[in-house]
Write a protein that binds this ligand. Structure first.
Ligand SMILES: [Zn+2]
Length: 376
């Protein structure tokens, strides 16, 4: 009962002058496919005529039942109605799909505040942020916008972890090497399947885009220029590659196997790479005491090179403990581990300082890759 009453009320405040935008957007309704006959809810029988009103004022509020990270549905209702309404039409679309993906659901349950059980299976189970509008349906079939809101079903985000992008030459751990051919096949797969490559700078978009994914590299190796070249080649109008390089700040310019200052600038200036930290000396953080040097000095050194904020770190060896998290949060907003799995925001404390990653290794086949990145 308490839960039902615990409405996440998001009142949509209305932009004066937005009525014109609404009218324009809704004028495409006639083009809507009359699909979804399999839906359990009663659907609109006819294309609604949208009544144009000069200024949008809220005439009600959309109440939404509480949503947890693994919810797949929510109860919507329309409360605080200022007029006597007999039927409410909910217009719902997923932000990643845009208004072309809009669907309409009608509720006549006045005694229940026009409640409606919204299930993401009506949208093929796609998670992410949805927009909702509630319309009053008049006797003549016209509709008047009463209220707007939004709700989010958290998306799972694979954060891929790579190290070397090169042929294995017998030195070092073979599993840390992904061949350029395999890397190219993996990135092409993401491109072909409509993934959206993000960096931590764009984290607030994870629920607004299709198939969000992060591509990260640890250790700042020179052979990561192979990945840089491949990502540049895949770039086109549709596919905007993005990746994160975690560099070991004290090892920049330290020989032929490490990225140089010039490499880092070139990668960053391409718009593809975000350069973040992997500490100053690849320290095993639970074993040290000089956090200022490993966490803060490394951050400042990289920022001096790139001129951009460094706010994400990869823990060397994936090692961390409670104290490491406490120290890390002084300087960083995001920290990734080597714990396997896709990340999903659960609302837990410090969850962004112990993010899971999906390890891609020398032996990962393209079929295994596809399974690892598949939207959950
Ligand atoms: Zn490392």
């Amino acid at each position: 009962m308490q839960k039902l009453l615990y409405f996440a009320l998001i009142f949509t405040l209305l932009l004066s002058g937005c009525s014109l935008k609404e009218a324009n957007a809704n004028s495409h309704k006639e083009d809507m496919p009359a699909a979804n006959s399999k839906m359990t809810m009663k659907m609109s029988k006819v294309s609604p005529m949208i009544k144009k009103i000069p200024v949008f004022e809220p005439h009600a509020m959309i109440a939404i039942s509480s949503i947890t990270f693994d919810s797949t549905r929510a109860v919507l209702s329309t409360v605080e109605r200022k007029s006597d309404v007999s039927e409410i039409n909910y217009h719902i679309w997923r932000i990643a799909d845009g208004k072309e993906g809009i669907k309409m659901f009608t509720s006549t349950q006045k005694e229940n505040d026009f409640s409606f059980l919204f299930d993401i299976k009506e949208f093929s189970g796609a998670r992410g942020e949805y927009q909702v509008e509630a319309y009053e349906v008049n006797e003549d079939g016209t509709q008047v916008l009463l209220a707007k809101s939004s709700l989010t079903f958290q998306q799972h985000v694979p954060i891929l972890m790579y190290h070397a992008i090169d042929e294995y030459n017998g030195v070092g751990l073979k599993d840390l090497f992904v061949t350029p051919a395999n890397f190219e096949a993996q990135m092409s797969y993401l491109k072909d399947k409509g993934y959206t490559l993000l960096t931590f700078e764009r984290w607030d978009e994870v629920n607004k885009v299709n198939k969000p994914i992060l591509v990260t590299f640890d250790d700042g190796m020179k052979n990561n220029l192979n990945a840089f070249r491949i990502l540049q080649e895949l770039k086109d109008d549709q596919f905007q590659p993005a990746a994160t390089e975690y560099v070991i700040a004290g090892w920049i310019d330290s020989g032929p196997y490490r990225l140089s200052t010039e490499d880092i600038k070139e990668m960053m200036n391409s718009g593809i790479f975000s350069i973040q930290s992997h500490t100053m000396s690849h320290a095993d953080l639970p074993e040290i005491t000089n956090y200022e040097q490993e966490l803060n000095a490394s951050k400042e050194k990289i920022e001096q090179i790139t001129g951009k904020p460094v706010f994400a770190i990869a823990y060397p060896y994936g090692h961390f403990n409670d104290q490491v998290v406490e120290e890390t949060k002084k300087y960083y907003k995001f920290a990734t581990t080597t714990k396997p799995g896709q990340f999903i925001e659960k609302g837990q404390s410090d969850e962004f300082l112990q993010m899971r990653r999906v390890r891609i290794s020398n032996s990962t086949t393209i079929n295994q890759f596809a399974a690892l990145v598949e939207p959950r």
